[in-house]
Design a protein around this ligand. Structure first.
Ligand code: GDP
Length: 299
């Protein structure tokens, strides 16, 4: 299981400590809840979500007369799954071509994720995939996407650094209009602090797409780097105002011993987590599943 590898650090780190808190037949004490609270906060779960989880678990234990730590563990796991599942997955839109817009701050792992998605769609589902190099702002972003595209074996529409991203997307939309492709995945810029307004740019791209495909983009993936913690979630939130984010991809989960960020994302971003990045290779992608994820944290 890829997700097990991705959560190894978290499992051996803070979640391992949480698991051992609940591995005894000792009676439940206030100290247990305090320790749980401290560990969840350290694990990047975020204060609000931590309080929510602790209080709900405590209430449940009281309600069901649970007295021993070991039995409380299942209550905690159930609450964790609930937090992650609160965001209902929409039914995937069955459009052809299907148009996917990928957004997120620089360095979050957008380009790598696009390569992983393209690889999966092409090799597992036999889809004809086209990529669009819509990040014309960051130096080498286009080249990086082209390198990945070559490795995966899919074509990419690009105009190079400094070009109008709208023109790139326009070209890509024209290219998929002919029926030669099943999926178009569009990379976008991730600069948050530059003068030119990124959010306006994203809205323009969306409008260009909609001129030809009024119900597109069919999926807007917000990419969040698990290693950037609460700050990463805060930055990611700014994208919610600009585009209709449909799903979240959490990258670099393998790179953090905290891992609790998934809970903070579910509560703060209010979108379902769909994909998890489990490494740097194009095969290092897992579909997110709440129960499997929580199990892997406690395994
Ligand atoms: P972008 O600026 O958002 O396009 O980010 P990139 O795709 O260039 O990724 C930034 C860095 O993160 C690169 O060094 C990637 O190899 C690395 N990276 C991306 N996804 C993952 C992941 O799931 N796990 C790990 N360990 N590294 C990743």
């Amino acid at each position: 299981q890829k997700i097990d590898r991705a959560t190894a650090k978290a499992r051996h780190g803070l979640f391992g400590q949480i698991a051992s808190l609940f591995a005894t037949d000792e009676p439940i004490t206030d100290e247990l809840w305090d320790d749980l609270e401290a560990l969840l906060i350290q694990a990047d779960v975020g204060v609000e979500t931590t309080m929510y989880l602790v209080n709900r678990t405590k209430d449940r234990c009281n309600r069901y007369g649970v007295k021993r730590a070991r039995e409380a563990r299942d209550m905690l796991k159930a609450e964790m799954v609930r937090v992650l599942q609160e965001q209902e997955r929409r039914q995937p839109v069955n459009a052809n071509p299907s148009i996917v817009l990928v957004v997120g701050v620089n360095g979050a792992g957008k380009t790598t994720l696009i390569a992983k998605l393209a690889y999966r769609l092409k090799n597992q589902f036999g889809k004809r995939v086209l990529l669009a190099a819509g990040d014309t702002f960051r130096a080498a972003a286009t080249e990086q996407l082209e390198t990945w595209a070559e490795r995966v074996g899919v074509p990419v529409i690009s105009r190079g650094q400094g070009a109008d991203p709208g023109a790139v997307v326009y070209d890509a939309i024209e290219a998929v209009s002919g029926g030669d492709f099943d999926v178009l995945i569009i990379d976008t810029a991730g600069r948050l602090h530059a003068k030119t307004n990124l959010m306006l740019e994203l809205q323009k791209l969306r409008n260009i797409i909609r001129r030809k495909f009024p119900d597109a983009p069919h999926e807007v993936l917000l990419v969040i780097d698990a290693t950037t913690g609460q700050n990463g979630v805060l930055q990611a939130k700014s994208f919610l105002k600009a585009v209709d984010v449909t799903d979240v991809a959490v990258t670099k989960l393998d790179g953090t011993a905290k891992g609790g960020i998934a809970f903070a994302i579910a509560q703060d971003i209010e979108r379902p987590i769909r994909y998890v990045g489990t490494g740097e290779k194009m095969t290092d992608l897992a579909l997110f599943d709440a129960e499997t994820f929580v199990e892997s944290l406690f395994a």
